[in-house]
Each structure stands twice: as structure tokens, then as C-alpha cells.
Write a protein that binds this ligand. Structure first.
Ligand code: ADP
Ligand code: MG
Length: 439
């Protein structure tokens, strides 16, 4: 597109320094443009840095490297061209709907007639007529979110940034609000010239966006984009819609479970890359949900389509992938393309009772190199235990691109189930489970 971007991120990276002094890189070289007339979806699993991207675009957070451009000009500090809507946000309980919206205009010192006019307009637009004098406690979740959207629209900013705005709502409410936002944007009744919506639902992205940017994790990066030229209003029961969903699905699947390991793909033979490939990390998911997943595949005859699996176990697609990934790392399933196939080990585990399952997981888990490294670390301590701070420090050193707190919590969840590690919450110590602290 020849036009100037409303907002552009150019090679933007973000590193957080944790309280422990350790650094964690959450965004890596993000290139992102939002052009006039566009709705762009930023799609990625949780923790991929979507909200961080938005905060940097809004100027609420400093980038570590790279540049932010607003209308083609380098930008610093709060971006006056954007309005943000979050998943849930605070409404003032003692103020009416009207006042809650009008508050957004306070800094502008507008004449009260102008405030009334503007608030009235957005109230009509988002379907809050008749609720002007209601208080937040009298509103449903959907109505509250309408207030949030109205509050963003009333500012008449050129860019609307939506951070998982529908995820706290029930499905029907989310559907209608999503469609209304698209309609409002396309009717050009507002100052909004571009919309960036953050989501981890593929359906939502395909429903709303002209372009879908798929993010990968560790550190957050843009994996690829899908141009979505389906006409509006979009009909999610049309074959073209399903095809688009499938295209995005494939890109997301590749993102989370590349068929080719990183090192072989030639993405660098640095020590860190090699180390990360060998220190495969179990996603921080519940063990019983992984077992539930295996049971579902078993009930399907040992093979499942990864897209359908999510529906069957009633989890969103991103989360399903994490479950599958955990099972894959433990060699309980194979994942050729979009299929998930139970291995012999996997079948054995499903068919066994809880004791068999624990014993198997104890063995499989103990073969993971990260688990070995941690176990070795604990063995170096005479009491076989170490303060978690120390463990976190080591984890950061080994896997600088992972969030060490997530790693630790995964080690504890899995380690407990597999009776490999234990964690004492009082002393904040991780210990090797050799039966010395059975409770
Ligand atoms: P998403 O919105 O995609 O779920 P976020 O942008 O919220 O992801 O977070 C990305 C990563 O950055 C996560 O691992 C999160 O724990 C980490 N993170 C976010 N904010 C901070 C912060 N202020 N300090 C340290 N880590 C943070
Ligand atoms: Mg977020």
C-alpha cells in the first residue's frame, strides 16, 4: 500500500528486567503496519507479547529497540492518536453510563454541549440508548463492554486498539458486539481510520480482519501474515470462511509445532539455539488435561484431527496446541501435519490405571534434558533442595528466551505429578522427590 501507516513498528524489541535482575526478551524484531481503512488482527497464544505490542503502539510502554512511527513520523511517549479497549476495565461504580463515557473527554475541556453531543452519538452507535442513567452494577458484561467501546470512540482518535475485547463475554454477546464494531468502523461515522484487534481466537480474527498477523512465542515475533479478502459482512458458515480459518490454522500450527526443529532449519547454530532445542520445555499445562486429551484421541481410535480435537475437549485452539505439544514432547503422540496420533507409549498410558500412569510419566519426564539438568542441580545440594530463586537464576541462564517463572511453575506441576520434584511453599524450596518429604 502506498499510503502512510497510521502506526508502524519497525524492528521493535522489548526486554523486561525482572525483580531478580534477570532479563526476559518478550518481543523480537517486530515489524507491523496499520494502514488507513484496515482492520488488522494480531493473533497469538497467550504470552506471545500481543498486549506488550499494543502498549508500545499506544506509547504506554517504552520499546527496548527499534522505532515507532505515527503517521510516518517517529513517535515518543503517549500516542495521542490511539484509543484502547481492554478485555475488562474499570468503570466508576458511582457514575452513570453517560458520565463514565464523558469522563474520557475531561482532559479536552470541551464545552458541556459538545460533550453531550459526542456522548449521545456514541451511545446510539454502540446500542446503549436507554441506559444513559444506569449504573455499572445494573449492566450485563456485554453492556459494560459497550461502555468501554463507547469511551474509546468518544475520544475520536484515528486508531482503535482492541486487546481481547470480547474474551470475557459469552459467545452470542461477543458475536454481535464484534459485528457491530466492524459495522461502525465501515460506516465511517467515527474518527477511527484503523483498527488493530488482539485475539487468540482464529475465528475472531477471520471474522473481523483484512489482514491477520500470526505471532510466535519465545520471544514474541511475527511469524507470518494472511490476507483476508472475504467480503463483509462475513458469513462464518460459508466454505470460503472455513477455508480462510484453515489457512490461518495451518500457520498457527506451524508456529507452535514446527515440523522441523529450529536447529535443523538453520536458524543459527549458536550455543543458545542448540541448547534450547535440546532443553525442550514442557508447556505449563495441567497434567490431567493432557491425559484427558490422550483419552479423547484414544476414543477416536488413536488418531485425531488437531482442529477437531479442540472442539471435542472444549478448549480453544491455542490451548489445545499446548496440550498436544506437551504430549508430543513426552513422546505420547506424533503430530504429522494436522494429525495427532497416539504412539504405543501413549496408548499404554491411556489404558493403564493411575499407578501405571504415574510410573510411566516418572520415567518419560525424567528423560527430558531440562528435568535432568534441574535434578542434577538439586543433587549438588547436600539436602537435595534449593531455594527457588537459585533455580530461577539457573533457568534464566539456560533458557534466556523463556519466562523463568513459567518454567518453574511447569517444573513444579509436572514434577509433582511424576513424583520427580516437590515444592515446599513455606520455605520456597524445590526438592528432589526421593520420598523424603512425603506429605
Ligand atoms: P500476551 O498479551 O500475548 O498474552 P503479554 O504481552 O501480556 O502477552 O506478555 C508477554 C510476555 O511478557 C509474558 O511472558 C509476560 O509474562 C511478560 N511480561 C509482560 N509484562 C511484563 C512485565 N511488566 N514484567 C515482566 N514480564 C512481563
Ligand atoms: Mg494480552
Amino acid at each position: 500500500m502506498p499510503e502512510t501507516s497510521l502506526i508502524e513498528l519497525k524492528k521493535v524489541s522489548k526486554t523486561f528486567t525482572l525483580d531478580s535482575g534477570n532479563q526476559i526478551r518478550v518481543l523480537d524484531n517486530i515489524d507491523l503496519n496499520l494502514y488507513p481503512g484496515e482492520i488488522v488482527a494480531l493473533l497469538g497464544p497467550s504470552g506471545s507479547g500481543k498486549s506488550t505490542c499494543l502498549r508500545i503502539m499506544a506509547g504506554l510502554m517504552e520499546k527496548t529497540n527499534g522505532e515507532v512511527f505515527v503517521n510516518g513520523k517517529p513517535s515518543r511517549g503517549a500516542n495521542q492518536n490511539v484509543a484502547l479497549v481492554f478485555q475488562s476495565f474499570a468503570l466508576f461504580p458511582w457514575e452513570t453510563v453517560f458520565e463514565n463515557i464523558a469522563l474520557a473527554l475531561e482532559p479536552l475541556n470541551l464545552h458541556s454541549e459538545e460533550v453531550k453531543k459526542r456522548v449521545k452519538k456514541v451511545i446510539d452507535m454502540v446500542g446503549l440508548e436507554g441506559f444513559e442513567e444506569a449504573y455499572p452494577r445494573e449492566l450485563s458484561g456485554g453492556m459494560k463492554q459497550r461502555v468501554g467501546i463507547a469511551r474509546a470512540l468518544v475520544m475520536e482518535r484515528s486508531v482503535l486498539l482492541l486487546d481481547e475485547p470480547f474474551s470475557a463475554l459469552d459467545i452470542l454477546t461477543a458475536d454481535s458486539l464484534r459485528n457491530e464494531i466492524v459495522e461502525i468502523f465501515q460506516s465511517q461515522q467515527t474518527a477511527t481510520r484503523g483498527v488493530l484487534v488482539v485475539t487468540h481466537h482464529i475465528h475472531e480474527a477471520v471474522n473481523m480482519a483484512h489482514r491477520i498477523l500470526v505471532m510466535g512465542v519465545n520471544p514474541g515475533h511475527i511469524r507470518g501474515q494472511v490476507i483476508n479478502d472475504l467480503p463483509y459482512p462475513r458469513n462464518d458458515s460459508s466454505p470460503a470462511f472455513s477455508q480462510m480459518v484453515d489457512r490461518v490454522h495451518s500457520l498457527v500450527t506451524e508456529t507452535l509445532m514446527p515440523d522441523v526443529p529450529k536447529v535443523e532449519a538453520g536458524l543459527g547454530n549458536t550455543e543458545t539455539a542448540t541448547r534450547e532445542a535440546t532443553l525442550r520445555v514442557l508447556p505449563n499445562v495441567s497434567v490431567s488435561e493432557v491425559i484427558g486429551l490422550l483419552e479423547t484421541i484414544h476414543a477416536n481410535g488413536g488418531t485425531a484431527d488437531i482442529f477437531k480435537l479442540g472442539h471435542q475437549i472444549e478448549k480453544d485452539f491455542g490451548y489445545t496446541l499446548f496440550l498436544v505439544k506437551a504430549a508430543e514432547i513426552l513422546e505420547l503422540v506424533d503430530t504429522p501435519k494436522q494429525k495427532v496420533i497416539l504412539t504405543d507409549l501413549g496408548r499404554h498410558l491411556v489404558e493403564g490405571d493411575i499407578n501405571v500412569q504415574k510410573r510411566m510419566l516418572h520415567e518419560l519426564y525424567g528423560e527430558l534434558s531440562l528435568v535432568n539438568e534441574v535434578a542434577q542441580l538439586l543433587r549438588q545440594s547436600p539436602t537435595l533442595r534449593l531455594p527457588v530463586d537459585l533455580v530461577i537464576e539457573k533457568l534464566t541462564e539456560w533458557l534466556p528466551n523463556e519466562n523463568p517463572n513459567d518454567l518453574l511453575s511447569s517444573l513444579i506441576t509436572w514434577g509433582r505429578f511424576a513424583e520427580y520434584f516437590g515444592y515446599n511453599d513455606d520455605t520456597k524450596e524445590l526438592y528432589l522427590d526421593v520420598g523424603q518429604e512425603t506429605t
